[in-house]
Each structure stands twice: as C-alpha cells, then as structure tokens.
Design a protein around this ligand. Sequence first.
Ligand SMILES: [Zn+2]
Length: 601
Amino acid sequence: MAITEEDIAAVRAATDIVALITEQVALRRAGQRWTGLCPFHVEKTPSFSVNAQEGRYYCFGCHASGDQITWVRETLHLDFTEAVRLLADRSGIELHEDPAASRQRHERQRLLDAMEQAVAWYQERLLSDAQARPARDYLRSRGIDGHWARQFRLGWAPDDWDALARELNLDARTLAGTGLGFVNQRGRRQDAMRARIIFPILDPSGRPIALGGRILPDQVGHDGRPLAKYKNSSETPIYSKRRTLYGLSWAKDEVIRSGEIVVCEGYTDVIAFFQAGVTRAVATCGTALGEEHFTTMRNFARRIVLAYDADQAGQSAAAAVYQWERRHEVDVAVARLPAGQDPAEVARHDPSALVAAIEGAIPFLQFRLDRVTGPAVGGTPEVRARAGEQAVEVLAEHPSALVRDQYAMRVADRLGLDLDVVRQQLRLRASGAPPAPATQRPAPSARVRGAPPRPGEAALRLCVHEPRARSRFHAIFFLPAAQRTAFEELAAQPTVSAAIDALTRRGETEAADLLAAAVVSEPPVAPSDEAIDAVVAQLVRVAATAALRRLERRLRAGEIPPARAMSVIPDVKARLELLETDRGPAAVDSLRAWLVEESAG
Ligand SMILES: [Zn+2]
C-alpha cells in the first residue's frame, strides 16, 4: 500500500461527502441528514441517505453503504488507490507516496500516453491514407462506415516494418512496455502490427491499453504463408488479458443503467450489437471467459448474458460458471442467437432479432437442459430416457439442491418421465458432489424505512449519534448477536466509520450494516438525559425479561437449585415493575447489575 493512513484520513476529512455525492445525485436536506434516489438500485421514492458529519452514505433499499472513498470507487469504478488520488487532487492534498510507487505511476502514465498516440496515428491512417482503401472497403462491406470506425477508434497499421515506431519515434523500452513493437534480431525496431485493421482495446475509463489487429480477407504473409486472422497485443504492465473486456468503456453507462452486460465473442460482434442498439455489449480479448472477467463485470452489473454461438455457449465450462455465479453473486443467462449466423450478419439483416435474442435470454442451466431435452420431446421411451439421463448429468453439476430440484420437475414434465425417478437418479448422481456452501449474503433484514426501529436498533442509533450515551449501555442489553457485535465494536473504536470498517474487514456484514444504517438515520429521540434513560430502560426491560424466562426454564429443567431461583425471580419481577414508576432509574441500575452477573454465571 503506497498511501499512508494519515493521508487517507486527511482526504476523508477534506472531502465534503454531500458536495461529492451531489455531483452525481440530487440530495435534499431532511433533518440532520440528506436523502435522494439511490444510484445503486432503481427506485421511485428516495431511500438513499447521507450523514454529512460522519461522511457516510447508506441505502435502506439495497444496503449500499460507505464513505467518500467508497463512493468514488463504486460510482467511478476505480480501485482504492485511484479513488484516494482522485479525492486528493480534488481537495489539493499532496499525498506522501513512497518513491518507488510514484516512479511506477509515472512510467505507467508514459506508456498510456504512447498507446494513446499510437491509436490516434493508426486511426488517421485508416481514415485518410490511400493505402488503407482496401481496409475501408472491407469495413464498409461489413456495415462499418466512417461513423462507426470513429466511434470505436478503429485504425489501420500500414504494410511496413516500422512505420509506427519511426513516425512516433518510440524507443525500445516504450515498444516493449506497450506491446506496440519490439527490437528484432538485427537490433532494429519493429512494429507489432503490420497490414492489419486495428481494434484498440480500452480500459474502463477509456484509455487505450492494447490492440487487436485483423487481417483483410484472403491476405497472406510476405512469405506466402497464411496469417492468423487476429493478432492481439501481448500482456504488458498496462494490459492484462484475463481481466480486460473489449468495449467496456463504451458500454459502461448502459451496463450500469440496465444492470446487465452482454458478452459476445469478438470485436466485430460488439460493434454489431451497438449497431443494433444493444449498447451494453463487451467481448473477451482473444481468450476464454474466466473468473477475472467475472470480477470485472460484477462491479458493473449483476446479470451476465452470454451471446455466443449456441455450441460455444453450451460448451462453456459449466461447473466453473456456476461457481462464479455464486461467488460473485451474478446471474448468468444465455441468449438464443439464430443458429449458424454470427451476430454481425444478424445485425445487418435483422437487428430486431439480435435485440430479441438478448431480451429472451434464459438461465444458463435451463439453456443447457433445453439443448439436451429439446430434441427428445415426443420421442420414443428409449430416446426420452436417454435424454433424461443426460439431463440428470447436466443438473448434477449445479451446486444448489433447491435449483436442481426445480429443474428436475421441468425435465420430468418435459420428457414425460416420473418425477420421483428423476429425483432418485439425481440424488444418486449428486451424492458425490460436495454440499452447497451457505450463501455469503447477509440475511435480508426486516428493517424497512419508515417502520419503527426495534429497541436494539433505536439504542444503536442513539449510541451512534450520542457518544456520551454509550456508557449507559452494555453489550448484554443487545439480544441479537449482530446488534451486540455492532455495539461492542462501536464502543471499542474512536469513530463510527472506524467501527464499520473494522466490522467489514472481519466479515461481520450484518453488524456493519446496522451501524451504516444507524449513522444516516435520525437520532430516535432528542437526546436529553431523560430520553436516553427511556431508551436504556426499554432495552433493559427486554433483556431482563428474556433473562428471567431463561432462568425459569432452567429451574423447570432442574438445572439450578430451586432455593436460589426462588430468591432471584420475585426480586427481578419486582424491579421490572419498578421500571414503570418514578423509581425507574434505580431499577435500571440494579437490573443492569443483575444482567451482568447472570451473563457471567
Ligand atoms: Zn439502493
């Protein structure tokens, strides 16, 4: 980590979170806090709240939460360091980076600048060079005219050994660092791309980081041998194949807006989808879809539609796809493209068919099952039985027993097989598979905006907003484990944000969520001493009543001597009654002492 904790704290302190958020979302003042429509989920009534003093936001609808840095990361899709740098620049804070990190950053910027120049130069060749005429003609024949060539920054690499290196005067280090070229065996600089249409590959913020190059049809090498149709940049310090998605910078806005990303096979497919009006399409760059692509995509969308050729999609490594679906909490669907045609052809002749294929995308498992069962529907008993066996094989790969069973019903129904037999086969087949892990997502909370908070939540709110009230509470007052954990962390940390961060780091998501919600909520009462007393009393009543019941249960079960219980129970009951009277505060103190003692014993 190149940025110091002090700098991070300074950046947070210098950034007015309300001003920052209102650059993108309209906020209205509501009492102590600010509210607006949540940018992270679609809604009509505002459930997004901001606490200006604490520098935190929280959404009561989708539970998105964070501080200034999180906001920049989530909305601009930057990593932590980039987000801190952006905020530091915004407030004019000089970061104390270690010299190595700062050198690395400058080198990176130098390579990005060279890539940008190269892409501009290649584009200029395509648009105006006489030699590029065949390339222009070819693109036009594929429906890509000047407008689309400009939109996707397409270029032309001249039929020359070193035109780019020479024209832009790129040295050996820059050629190697960008993958734009290399130094050949005779010690001469040489371009990586020659006589190819250039498809620049951009990072999510729109900076060129690599190139894809396509030959013209029937083109052969100078030695007469066939050439690879596509050639892609090698991996460099600025380009990782496994993570990069072609087209993401152009598709990003629509992907975020729709919550859906369409993955197709190649650069020209992406362009075809854009031409058909599906502007949320991306492609992998000459490599199979892998987990790191999923990591990139899940930052932008929760639904992934594979728009591959039907055979390709069916053969995707199914087990891996299910695993990624779970691990990254995304849904994978498959578009049913017209058979035997690539998307570019469909886009030219029938754009609406392309749109319909995406809209009609079906879950990955259903797609695979349909391929197995479809041809057997209405077939002989033997054909249907064989398809049933194949379907069970496909089903067994899915990690969720609940999902497997629902589709088992569909399979039985579709093939006219006995459901119990399908289930039995599935159990036999799936018993070898490891049990599905429990989902990572915290249980959906019953807290709804506007509903009165439960006593523990009201108390947490008070503790968040009135630090002086914290000493009046005790962890044992909080019965739900998450509330108790949240209170303990709050009491242990200097600020609410520090407590939320610590809980998040430990994976205590439910407890972190409770504090994140509390910090953007109105304090439950005007925090006078009497009001604090009332919240404490309410919580103590609930906790003491629960402890009393536990004691009575243990007495009935013979776990404690009756003599002891008999002396305690009436005493606690009497104090609980006192809570309602003007001797309440004294009763609170004695009940508190009793609860602490009980929890210790
Ligand atoms: Zn939301």
